[in-house]
Design a protein around this ligand. Structure first.
Ligand code: UTP
Length: 408
């Protein structure tokens, strides 16, 4: 793209300020900026105007979860099916590690965070230790696909290599990078990160399968016989990955997807809950849950929307293939975005100063024909690290690790 073309594209998008410093740039920087303008889809910024209509929800009704009591009764059957599926090499695990983890406040990728007290225990290490339990049980290496972003790819790859993948066999680890999206101020003007660089951020965890595909990693997985992908977040250090009982339950119930869920600890807890939307499985975010839905009861008189997702899903690869090119809803998220001010100085804001645009994996559930919400024990499987202190923090996760006999 040449300068004139860039001016035209930016004028149409109302983002001419991006070229404010153009005359000061070196030839190389000019080229980099023009290439970025060429690549960037500014149309996502229109969603700031249309957000309400675009993300309107359909009719919400309850979707019953398979509860722990039922799972216990069928545990042997489910486990046997799950183990067999894993042994046949049909299950892969996808670690979503492309996020910026801004709430934790560390400049390193979140997985590099050391939660140890008497020794070093990194978040990545904890996750791999958990996956190793399944490797040992099934005597099978589960392929591990790690999604990174432009912001943390090199640091993540180098860190895992330096630590010899914490004992995981490197042949079974593959990386791919997610896409980026421009970040803007509250008026929808894109921020600049450098005079020659538009401020971008990872485009949410919803694009994981299409990114996996763009990198050829999904095709390789399918060629290797992987039929199920267990997608999980980097920050839950009690996460069970490729859990045979969960895999077996989803396979036995002939579902296109499964979602691990926990009983909410309060009706207004900030987690998305499983439901049906216009008769299809869906997840409704906590801020979309009206008082009426929060207090609704199911036919047994129990709260109807009480099972919260923990970002651990199992998807059938065939069904992912079918929806790969579908557009998921865009979520506008308020975040702290480092930027260049009018004087060209770099500012690292203390509080949110604009929007990032994200697609979310939870919206993929609505694209699936069926989904099994599968209840797990909260204190055994859910210790997310979002913040440095307080709720869902390093402190709360350490406490839960201790309760589960994990030495830190
Ligand atoms: P979070 O919703 O906690 O987002 O991600 P985050 O960006 O990492 O953290 P904050 O909000 O800035 O503090 C949930 C999971 O999805 C991954 C994260 O790495 C985490 O495993 N994720 C999130 C991605 O892989 N890509 C993204 O663009 C966003």
């Amino acid at each position: 793209m040449n300068y004139e073309q860039a001016v035209r594209k930016l004028k149409e998008a109302g983002q001419e300020h991006i070229l404010s410093y153009y005359e000061e740039l070196s030839e190389e920087q000019k080229e980099m900026l023009l290439a970025q303008v060429d690549m960037t889809d500014f149309s996502i910024l229109n969603s700031l105007k249309n957000q309400k209509e675009e993300n309107a929800k359909g009719k919400i009704t309850p979707l019953a979860a398979m509860q722990i009591s039922e799972i216990k009764e069928k545990e042997a059957e489910f486990k046997a099916i799950g183990i067999e599926t894993i042994k046949k090499g049909k299950v892969g695990a996808v670690l979503l590690a492309g996020g910026m983890g801004t709430r934790l406040g560390s400049d390193d990728p979140k997985g590099m965070y050391n939660i140890g007290i008497t020794k070093q225990v990194y978040i990545f290490q904890r996750l791999i230790e958990n996956l190793m339990d399944v490797v040992k049980l099934t005597d099978t290496w589960v392929p591990l696909y790690v999604m990174t972003s432009d912001k943390n790819h090199n640091a993540t790859v180098n860190f895992l290599k330096e630590h010899d993948y914490f004992g995981y066999k490197s042949d079974y680890v593959a990386f791919f990078m997610q896409e980026m999206a421009p970040a803007s101020d509250y008026e929808g003007k894109v921020y600049m990160e450098e005079k020659w660089k538009i401020s971008t951020s990872p485009n949410g965890n919803g694009g994981w399968f299409s990114s996996m595909y763009k990198w050829g990693v999904a095709q390789k997985a399918m060629a290797d016989g992987v039929e199920w992908l267990n997608v999980f977040a980097v920050d839950n250090v009690l996460q069970r990955i490729a859990d045979p009982c969960f895999v077996g339950a989803v396979v036995a119930n002939n579902c296109a997807a499964g979602a691990k869920v926990v009983r909410k600890c309060a009706p207004d807890e900030k987690v998305g809950v499983v439901c049906l939307e216009d008769g299809r499985p869906s997840i409704i975010e906590y801020y979309e849950l009206t008082d009426e839905l929060m207090n609704a009861k199911d036919e047994n008189g129990d709260p109807a929307y009480y099972f919260g997702v923990i970002l651990n899903y199992l998807f059938k690869v065939d069904d992912l293939e079918k929806i790969r090119e579908r557009n998921l809803p865009l979520h506008i998220v308020e975040k702290k975005i480092p930027y260049l001010n009018e004087k060209g100085e770099k500012i690292k804001p203390e509080k949110p100063n604009g929007y990032k645009f994200e697609q979310l994996v939870l919206d993929m559930i609505h694209e699936m024909d069926s989904c099994l919400p599968y209840e797990v024990e909260r204190n055994k499987e859910f210790a997310p690290i979002k913040n440095a202190t307080g709720v869902d923090s390093v402190e709360s996760a350490r406490k839960l690790c201790k309760e589960n006999g994990i030495e830190l």
